[in-house]
Design a protein around this ligand. Structure first.
Ligand code: SER
Length: 878
């Protein structure tokens, strides 16, 4: 079966068992501070297990794009070396939210694998949780009994907490699990060694394919387990491994998920990849294979992350993506000898292969290609620089061992990989001090860990079971009660409290718009809310202190000044998005946005600089929409299909529900959860303040509205008034400035001429004042010139005679400067050195400087020292 068909078969099977099939959530998570990327199918459903929300259906199935490169589940360093781990992989999953439990989950898993896919039953092993008395979790008798109907006892394995108790992270929903493993070895191998002994033993052909988790517990911050309100099922099957089993191969990379990408690399590099069936390969071929696996794996992760809106950058999720891509580039550079960008060329293959099921990769193909190409080019330059630096380090090293701290510096500042450094040094018969490197690495890790340390306490729940309502679209004030509180201690912000209310007018940060600020007010106290954020389904209000009576009644009041300015910027962002698409073309798509009370920032795909003329048109178009006084039409809750049919713009990488909110101002229609003005006239005016590049093919515009524009115009007006005043209020200011410039350049020319004459005059004067000492033509004088003219004169005098030794000093801006010219023949014969002279004479003027052996300059602080410096110059000649 082709991989496409295997995916379809899975989804169809679970649809037939009453599951709703949903699309994969974006790979990059937006509103979950505990997780950077989707690392499992269940991540997008976490809130349902915890009871903070209701799923669309009690039975759901999908295939989820997952990335395991950070946090608790991190496979990055293994990728490429083995044949069955990946950064990005697809997880086929089916879920029960308080509906079916162990029996159906395991029955269906077995039915699908053995009856639909017809995998050989004899090759399957299953595992069951053995129990953990310390945590008071019992042996999973129920799962054992279910499996006993299907498999002989000797293929049921008991597993401990590490293998058979699944947890998403340090905190959160978890439970015992039952895994299904497959033995893909040959019959002879299977006869010789039992597969049972190889389960969970890192054997590349005896691998886990499906994990069935029975979510029953929540792991709390203090490490203890609490029972969840209901029992759920979370299953996850490794799609690429299933393809391996179904396609009769022994490596994920030999399935049609990867072979088209591998073929493309072979075509580009002229190298060959050998399948896992080819044994006894050379060391060289093994390295080629590893590099190719790294690249075909990593390009998927990077391409899908970019398509979902995560550009490579220097922080957070963007940095993880950049590092994955750099790992791929470096493997190509070192082992495939690729010195030009080429990974971007794989995107086309990927889009053709996966575009049908994941349309985002098809529609973002051009952008993804460009971004990767640009990243490649810039990292290849860095590698080049790194190589040069390494040469310098080698040149300065005595012996054969380079300092580990230096190697770490290369790694840390230039992204120059450790193993590449080792490899290059090895070729020179050298190495670096590994333990010094490790120590530097550890030091840096400690520093960054200390900076980002956060400890989160468990919630204390005041009013259980409440699902908070957001009333902020209609109100900025409302009566509220506190339902739960949590204390968070972070190195960055100190101690903060997160407060959840029964209902709230506070908008939580999202869709680019910052969270509301405001107050919680009761009869006798006022608590400042400094920020509002969303975590899964909860709206968290951040405060530096808690009210004394947390059970009391409060009025939650949003700071309406800030909110109003923010809403103007948000609505203007929509108007600008439309204007950009009308003026630059419909290839313009939002790639990021920030909307706060002060300004708006909008990143979008476009492949050239936006010209001044285009920017003026965009401004004019937005201002025309403002002047047209367009009334807001808000569709608060309409089916997504209806909104899209009306022409609403949706963003890639956003997770939309079946029902959405649509914001309409005239022709501008966007799916958006943010806060907007009621009429565009409220924005007053729109002004672009900057335009620039963020990444390859991504531009950024910053703009202001409302009062900020008023302030901007006032500043401009004041600046102009000051200019006029300075120019003594001319009739025509522009004319006055232009004539000032003209006059200025004429004067400059005159000065240049006069200066030349002056230098020439001085030169003629001084040429006759050389003294001959020991065969050297010596001259030391102070002149009345600028520093640069003094330099020029020193050189002119120096070259006017053979065997010359000239020292000139002058004063500029109240500071002494000194210069020394020594004829080349003297430098060679007498080992006189202008550098040494200047260093020495510099002492008298409190200064220093340097240059070359035949000419050097210095600057100092002490004018009074000039005389002595000039007197001492003669000593060098004597
Ligand atoms: N959450 C489990 C896993 O990721 C099953 O989906 O393995």
């Amino acid at each position: 079966m082709k991989s496409q068909d295997i995916r379809k078969a899975y989804l169809q099977f679970f649809e037939s068992k009453g599951h709703l099939i949903v699309p994969s959530a974006p790979i990059v998570l937006k509103d979950d501070p505990t997780l950077m990327f989707n690392n499992s199918g269940m991540a997008q459903f976490k809130e349902y297990f915890l009871g903070n929300g209701t799923p669309k259906s009690k039975r759901i199935a999908d295939t989820q794009k997952c990335l395991r490169v950070s946090g608790k589940h991190n496979d990055l360093e293994d990728v490429g070396f083995d044949t069955y781990h990946h950064t990005m992989f697809e997880m086929l999953g089916n879920w029960s939210f308080g509906d079916y439990f162990k029996k159906e989950a395991l029955d269906w898993a077995w039915e699908f694998l053995t009856e639909v896919l017809k995998l050989d039953k004899d090759r399957l092993y299953v595992s069951v949780f053995e129990g953990n008395p310390a945590e008071n979790v019992a042996f999973d008798q129920e799962a054992w009994d279910i499996w006993k109907q299907y498999v002989p006892e000797d293929r049921i394995i008991l597993g401990n907490k590490k293998d058979n108790f699944w947890e998403m992270g340090d905190q959160g929903p978890c439970g015992p699990c039952s895994e299904i493993h497959i033995d893909l070895r040959t019959d002879a191998e299977r006869a010789a060694v039992s597969g049972r002994s190889l389960v969970n033993a890192d054997h590349p052909q005896v691998v886990e394919i499906w994990n069935n988790v029975f979510m029953e517990f929540n792991r709390k911050a203090d490490g203890s387990l609490e029972r969840l309100p209901a029992q759920h099922v979370d299953t996850g099957m490794g799609f690429e491994r299933l393809c391996m089993a179904m396609q009769n191969v022994t490596s994920n990379y030999d399935t049609d998920v990867f072979t088209p990408l591998i073929a493309k690399i072979e075509q580009i590099t002229g190298l060959k990849y050998t399948s896992n069936e080819v044994k006894n390969i050379s060391e060289e071929q093994n390295k080629t294979n590893i590099a190719i696996r790294v690249i075909v794996d990593h390009v998927r992760a990077v391409a899908f992350a970019i398509a979902d809106g995560q550009l490579p950058s220097n922080t957070g999720a963007g940095y993880v993506i950049r590092r994955i891509l750099r790992r791929a580039i470096r493997y190509g550079f070192t082992f495939l000898n690729t010195k030009e960008p080429f990974i971007n060329k794989l995107v086309e293959v990927l889009a053709n292969q996966m575009g049908e099921f994941f349309p985002e990769i098809k529609s973002q193909q051009q952008l993804v290609t460009n971004v990767i190409r640009e990243e490649e080019a810039s990292f290849l330059r860095t590698l080049d620089q790194g190589l040069q630096l390494l040469e310098n380090v080698v040149a300065q090293t005595k012996g054969t061992e380079v300092s580990g701290a230096k190697a770490f510096e290369l790694y840390d500042t230039f992204g120059f990989p450790r193993d590449l450094t080792a490899l290059i040094l090895k070729e020179k018969g050298m190495s670096f001090n590994e333990s010094e490197f490790d120590a530097s690495m550890q030091e840096q890790k400690n520093r960054s860990r200390a900076a980002s340390e956060v400890s989160t306490e468990d919630w204390s729940v005041l009013i259980p079971g409440n699902v908070e309502t957001f009333v902020g679209y209609d109100q900025t004030e409302n009566e509220v009660k506190i339902t739960r509180i949590r204390k968070v201690n972070s190195k960055k912000d100190g101690i903060l409290y997160q407060i959840v209310l029964d209902n709230t007018p506070f908008y939580p940060e999202g869709g680019g718009q910052v969270g509301d600020k405001g107050t919680l007010v009761s009869a006798n106290e006022t608590i400042d809310i400094i920020d509002t954020k969303k975590e899964n389904n909860l709206i968290l209000h951040f405060a530096k202190q808690l009210p004394e009576n947390i059970n009391g009644a409060f009025v939650a009041k949003v700071n309406t000044d800030l909110r109003t300015s923010t809403s103007k910027n948000h609505s203007a962002t929509h108007l600008m998005h439309l204007a950009l698409r009308n003026i630059l073309g419909t290839h313009v798509e939002q790639k990021g946005s920030l909307v706060n009370p002060n300004y708006l920032r909008f990143d979008f795909s476009h492949f050239a600089k936006v010209s001044d003329e285009e920017l003026r048109q965009v401004e004019a178009s937005v201002n025309a929409q403002i002047e047209a006084q367009l009334q807001l039409t808000e569709y608060r809750n309409i089916p997504i299909q209806e909104a899209l049919a009306k022409g609403a713009m949706a963003l890639f990488g956003e997770k939309y529900g079946d029902n959405v909110r649509m914001i309409e101002f005239g022709d501008s229609k966007e799916l958006c959860g943010g806060i907007h003005v009621k009429n565009t006239a409220e924005i007053w005016h729109f002004k672009i303040v900057s335009e620039g590049a963020v990444a390859a093919g991504i531009r950024r515009i910053e703009a202001i509205t409302g009062d900020a524009v008023k302030d901007f115009f006032t500043q401009q007006e004041n600046a102009l008034a000051t200019i006029k005043e300075t120019l003594k209020n001319p009739q025509d200011t522009i004319k006055a400035v232009v004539s000032l410039q003209d006059e200025n350049s004429k004067l400059k020319k005159q000065i240049e001429l006069l200066l030349k004459e002056k230098i020439e005059g001085l030169k003629n004067d001084l040429v006759s004042q050389f003294q001959e000492i020991n065969g050297v033509n010596f001259l030391a004088k102070q002149v009345d010139l600028s520093m640069s003219s003094t330099k020029e004169l020193a050189q002119a005098l120096g070259t006017s005679k053979g065997n010359s030794f000239v020292v000139l000093a002058s004063i500029e801006d109240n500071a002494p400067n000194i210069h020394c010219y020594i004829a080349k023949e003297l430098v060679a014969d007498k080992s006189l050195n202008a550098n040494v002279v200047i260093k020495d004479l510099g002492k008298y003027i409190d200064g220093n400087g340097g240059g070359q052996p035949f000419f050097a300059s210095g600057k100092g602080k002490n004018i009074n020292g000039i005389k002595e410096a000039l007197e001492k110059a003669i000593d060098f000649v004597k």
